[in-house]
Design a protein around this ligand. Structure first.
Ligand SMILES: CCCCCCCC/C=C\CCCCCCCCCCC/C=C/C(=O)SCCNC(=O)CCNC(=O)[C@H](O)C(C)(C)COP(=O)(O)OP(=O)(O)OC[C@H]1O[C@@H](n2cnc3c(N)ncnc32)[C@H](O)[C@@H]1OP(=O)(O)O
Ligand SMILES: Cc1cc2nc3c(=O)[nH]c(=O)nc-3n(C[C@H](O)[C@H](O)[C@H](O)COP(=O)(O)OP(=O)(O)OC[C@H]3O[C@@H](n4cnc5c(N)ncnc54)[C@H](O)[C@@H]3O)c2cc1C
Length: 639
């Protein structure tokens, strides 16, 4: 079959209104319209071509990124794009660049930690891109006193950086503070005196994150003007006197709360992209199982394929909704901070840290699983999956190593539990800890498989598991005379308790989403199926936790798995429509296996011939190396 829509028969099976689901996925009709318009704008502009990335040398790749960034900026100004539209444009250009750190960290750091006066001075320059900034926190070795190492945009482009360093006045160390530091001349871009700066070298994968100039930075007797210390949290007077505002010191880390929140939203994008590719290809691919000479089985009909693919599809939706909620939480905490209410900052920190950890880990693993779900073709760069994996996987490390972040969540949970004794009622995502006595002894009320479809049953099982794991950690910790020693010794268990808590948040936010009014034929029902798949998949995967804490019985675990299989069958006819609802253009997907029309094989065949290696029939190097070897063998054989 040539041309046409090879997936049309699959699209006809959908039991819901795909156009309505697109609005739900985008968040609102307005968000959908912006996203749809900008994605088409990028896809139709040859300046944003990206299929050649894996073939380019590092220097060509990097120069190409600079060209795209400058062109994108020009288009943003010409078309008078709003911030929302510009950030969608960045998203669909789909190429990490120094601009990410400028807009995503440098500007937010000044907004969050600079005084009004500092903001008035620096923000207009940064907004007009008259200066370009990065965010320099991480060190090569340890300690905020060696060399900065890793900051994106630092290596070759940034003119300025927010640098985190120890503040010492009168011989007293006041800990880490943020400083705006000019790095390069605004005239000829050369490093300023005392500054050594460069790129740290090639990173994992071809193309991928190598479009970014992650950098190294050293200072030798560099003087930073006093008014370039970010002074919202603490100040140094002209006389060198150190003082602190009436705000928590933790605000110094506020930029990370903001960025981690965006990383959670981004996880749903990366995962949905991989899932879209794997789902479409699984419907196109037929392998074995032919009966009476009929067509072979579509691999998407194999239960094993479904049990690997559909939980990822459900996770993409789950991460989308928890990301939406996290954005709300971040906006709420920001408004409170402006009104000097700091009460929800610890929760915002724990939620952003924990959800960043969980969603990036699941997404990185999920992309790799999608590659395997596509068989051998998934390993071709033209599948789009190798580059997506290479570009995505550092998300498990940047903005805080995922394990380190889970330990932050664990500290928050232990603290919450310890405050119960003094009568402090937990709120927000830890409100369930207020019912800890009930959760410690409740029994799951599942007698038949369908009982697992009740939101209250699922929620109670997840709450009980999380509460019991945290309480067990707290009890074990209390046996240590030195709490820090105890924390280190039990860190493995604490990480698992933190994971249980964060999974509960994602499940509960999906359930809350379903309580809203969701228009469109069949849309809510499909989301209900996905929500149950997500929850029961987690329950099945972590059944050891649920069983060992006595939250469910072995029979109930068995029934959950039985229900999960039934849910896969319900999702099957809707699978293609559920990935169509992401509304990704073929340009954005960048994958032959995932193309909208499913016409995979002719495109793969054509693409192979475009590889530079096929430019000539006899490759470079043949005459030099292979021909003499063949001749030698021939001579030996004749002897
Ligand atoms: C194409 C061109 C187009 C142009 C388009 C223009 C428009 C574009 C528009 C937009 C584009 C935007 C794109 C955005 C994309 C962003 C890209 C992101 C890329 C990622 C780059 C990566 C950057 C980095 O990695 S930066 C470095 C991050 N480093 C870390 O995360 C380190 C991890 N470690 C920690 O977090 C540690 O906690 C610590 C180092 C912060 C502190 O450690 P320590 O001093 O030991 O303190 P600790 O005991 O842990 O904690 C003390 C108390 O503080 C509390 N706490 C800790 N962290 C926080 C926090 N973040 N917030 C609040 N509170 C915090 C902690 O709970 C303790 O509290 P307690 O009450 O005392 O217990
Ligand atoms: C692509 C990329 C882009 C980046 N961009 C920036 C940037 O723009 N600006 C910037 O400042 N930084 C940036 N970083 C740096 C990044 O933030 C750090 O790499 C990250 O915070 C992890 O720190 P680390 O590398 O020191 O790892 P380490 O802390 O050395 O971690 C190594 C291992 O030790 C474990 N470990 C560490 N501490 C503990 C602990 N307390 N308890 C238990 N286990 C522990 C970790 O789990 C991990 O397995 C970037 C990194 C990457 C990969």
């Amino acid at each position: 079959m040539e041309g046409g829509d090879h997936l049309a028969h699959e699209r006809k099976k959908a039991q819901f209104d795909v156009e309505a689901m697109k609005i739900v996925w985008a968040g609102s009709r307005h968000a959908f319209e912006v996203s749809d318009r900008i994605s088409k704008l990028v896809a139709s502009d040859p300046a944003f071509r990206k299929d050649n990335r894996p073939m380019l040398s590092r220097k060509e790749l990097f120069k190409n990124t600079l060209r795209k960034a400058a062109y994108a900026w020009k288009r943003i100004i010409e078309l008078r794009l709003s911030e929302e539209e510009a950030s969608k444009l960045r998203f669909y250009v789909d190429e990490p660049a120094f601009t990410d750190l400028h807009w995503g960290m440098f500007l937010p750091a000044i907004k969050g930690q600079g005084t009004e006066e500092q903001q008035q001075k620096w923000l207009p320059l940064a907004y007009k891109m008259q200066i370009i900034g990065c965010y320099a926190q991480t060190e090569l070795g340890h300690g905020s006193n060696s060399s900065k190492w890793w900051p994106g945009g630092l290596g070759k482009i940034s003119t300025h950086a927010v640098v985190y360093a120890r503040l010492i006045t009168d011989g007293q160390d006041h800990g880490v503070h943020g400083f705006i530091v000019q790095l390069r001349s605004l005239d000829d871009h050369s490093p300023l005196p005392g500054i050594t700066v460069g790129d740290i070298g090639m990173k994992f994968g071809n193309g991928a994150y190598n479009t970014m100039d992650n950098g190294v930075l050293r200072f030798d007797h560099v003087r930073i003007p006093r008014d370039q210390m970010l002074m919202k949290v603490s100040q140094v007077s002209r006389e060198g006197k150190y003082s602190q505002s009436n705000v928590p010191r933790q605000l110094v880390y506020g930029t990370m709360v903001f960025v981690r929140q965006t990383i959670v939203a981004d996880a749903s994008c990366a995962l949905s992209r991989a899932v879209c590719i794997a789902t479409r290809y699984s419907a196109v691919r037929r392998q074995f199982g032919s009966q009476n000479g009929g067509p072979e089985t579509q691999v998407i009909d194999y239960k094993t394929q479904q049990s690997r693919l559909f939980p990822l599809l459900a996770s993409a939706y789950a991460f989308r909704f928890v990301g939406e909620w996290l954005k709300w939480l971040y906006t709420d905490v920001t408004q409170r901070l402006q009104a000097n209410d700091f009460s929800t900052l610890p929760e915002a920190h724990a939620c952003t840290a924990g959800l960043k950890s969980l969603t990036t880990a699941a997404t990185a693993d999920g992309i790799e699983e999608c590659r395997k779900l596509c068989g051998g073709h998934g390993y071709l760069c033209s599948s789009g999956l190798p580059e997506l994996f290479a570009v995505y996987v550092p998300a498990c490390t940047y903005e805080g190593d995922n394990t380190v972040l889970l330990l932050q969540v664990a500290r928050f949970l232990v603290k919450t539990l310890s405050q119960l004794g003094s009568g402090k009622q937990p709120v927000g995502t830890t409100a369930y800890m207020g019912q800890v006595e009930h959760l410690m002894q409740c029994h799951c009320n599942v007698q038949k498989a369908e009982d697992w479809l009740k939101p209250a049953v699922i929620l109670e099982a997840f709450e009980a598991r999380s509460a019991r794991m945290s309480v067990a950690c707290a009890k074990n910790l209390s046996k240590f005379t030195n709490p820090e020693e105890g924390f280190a010794e039990l860190s493995g268990d604490l990480v698992e308790a933190a994971i249980a808590h964060c999974q509960l948040i994602i499940v509960s936010k999906f359930i809350e989403k379903l309580q809203q009014d969701i228009p469109g034929k069949g849309v809510k029902q499909q989301l209900g199926v996905l929500c149950n798949i997500y929850a029961l998949f987690l329950l099945h995967k972590h059944q050891g936790d649920f069983l060992s804490t006595g939250c469910i019985t072995p029979k109930q675990a068995y029934l959950a798995n039985e229900q999960l299989r039934a849910l896969y069958s319900q999702a099957r006819p809707n699978a293609i429509a559920l990935v169509d609802a992401f509304n990704y253009t073929d340009h954005y997907l960048g994958s032959i296996l995932g193309c909208y029309d499913g016409n995979v094989y002719p495109k793969l065949y054509e693409a192979a011939w475009k590889d530079p290696l096929n430019d000539s029939v006899v490759p470079d190097g043949y005459r030099e190396y292979i021909w003499p070897m063949l001749k030698q063998q021939l001579r030996t054989a004749r002897l």
